[in-house]
Design a protein around this ligand. Structure first.
Ligand code: XMP
Length: 326
């Protein structure tokens, strides 16, 4: 729309004026907000922006590749992907407690990002340049939620970068601070980002790490990724993406039940489908998905994912349940 194209033009001018010919850094999370903020800054200062994407190994099937393809290819942004999957898995070994998992993932994220940021700063200094700015995809609701304070790097969840050491300080650039989610999506479209990125449903920063009830292991992640990909595929094929807010698929990794698959008795794991409808994730209702869609998802998951022999549906609203299980 006319208004959003104005927002883009105004922001590009403002960002250019503020940053000048210095450099900026942005942590991409894989989500809409950081991608749109980065694309906007990229439009303003081009290759003076370096984007860092920490691959924690907890993303869904194809998502890291999507960042490389959809984001880097369409914006031309300088993107550094840090493959840190091993480090996260090692740190998560033996841990089942949800809050403990969240803390570990947050801590490792900051460690990895800090190292990447240090490298970016060193590279710039080698060329006589400085990296003075950190781009964040803070939206208006985030500003309100955190009390409206401006300018310091200390926000809610782990992929919003807080806690950087003192010799690594940046001024924040938050070009989406006045916008709501739907406006951010429109800005993303104006900037040429593909729909599958711009329309992406919310996904928690700790990723699949908090959708495995129990310890997170590589094998369990692989199992959950397969089940999740099937659910997403079938929901999209049934054109239900706009009706649901999000649909976590949760692996109950420590639960087993008896089943019969193919020639014999199995003793496999259940997954839970958690389709929810919501306006803002503060409250939610479980989505009344059509039975035939549920049936297809269930049949495909139990046929195609060997380790899973049961599919359950979560019919709890929020409150009392949260959207995620952890
Ligand atoms: P809950 O489970 O609290 O989730 O009902 C509300 C919304 O927030 C998402 N979520 C997160 N997003 N970092 C994020 O960026 C997180 O650590 C996190 N935990 C939950 C969740 O997917 C839902 O949309």
């Amino acid at each position: 729309t006319w208004t959003m194209s104005n927002v883009v033009d105004d922001q590009v001018v403002a960002i250019r004026e503020r940053i000048g010919d210095r450099r900026a850094l942005c942590a991409l999370s894989g989500g809409v907000d950081s991608a749109v903020a980065a694309a906007l800054v990229q439009r303003a200062i081009g290759d003076k922006l370096t984007c860092v994407y920490v691959d924690h190994g907890l993303m869904r099937a194809g998502e890291t590749e999507q960042i490389e393809r959809d984001f880097a290819a369409t914006t031309g942004a300088d993107l550094r992907v840090v493959d840190a999957g091993e480090q996260f898995l090692a740190a998560l070994a033996g841990v089942s407690d949800p809050e403990e998992k969240r803390k570990i993932i947050g801590r490792e994220f900051i460690r990895v990002f800090e190292q990447a940021a240090t490298d970016v700063v060193a590279d710039a200094q080698a060329h006589g340049e400085t990296v003075d700015f950190l781009v964040q995809g803070t939206l208006y609701p985030d500003v309100v939620e955190s009390g409206g304070g401006a300018g310091t790097a200390n926000i809610k969840s782990h992929h919003n970068v807080g806690g950087l050491p003192e010799d690594l300080t940046f001024d924040l650039v938050e070009p989406l601070r006045t916008l709501f989610k739907d406006e951010v999506r429109e800005v993303g479209r104006q900037l040429g980002l593909p729909d599958r990125l711009v329309q992406r449903q919310p996904f928690p920063g700790p990723g699949l790490g908090i959708r495995i009830v129990g310890e997170v292991t590589r094998e369990r992640l692989d199992v959950l990724r397969k089940a999740d990909a099937i659910a997403r595929e079938e929901l999209s094929a049934a054109t239900l993406d706009d009706e649901i807010w999000q649909c976590p698929v949760v692996l109950l990794a420590d639960v087993r039940s008896v089943g019969v698959q193919g020639d014999g008795r199995t003793y496999g794991h259940p997954v839970v489908l958690r389709p929810v409808s919501s306006e803002d994730a503060m409250t939610a209702d479980w989505t009344r998905l059509p039975y035939d869609v549920l049936a297809r998802i269930s049949t495909r998951i139990t046929n195609e994912v060997e380790e899973i022999n049961r599919v359950a549906l979560d019919v709890t609203s929020k409150p009392p349940g949260t959207i995620e299980w952890e």
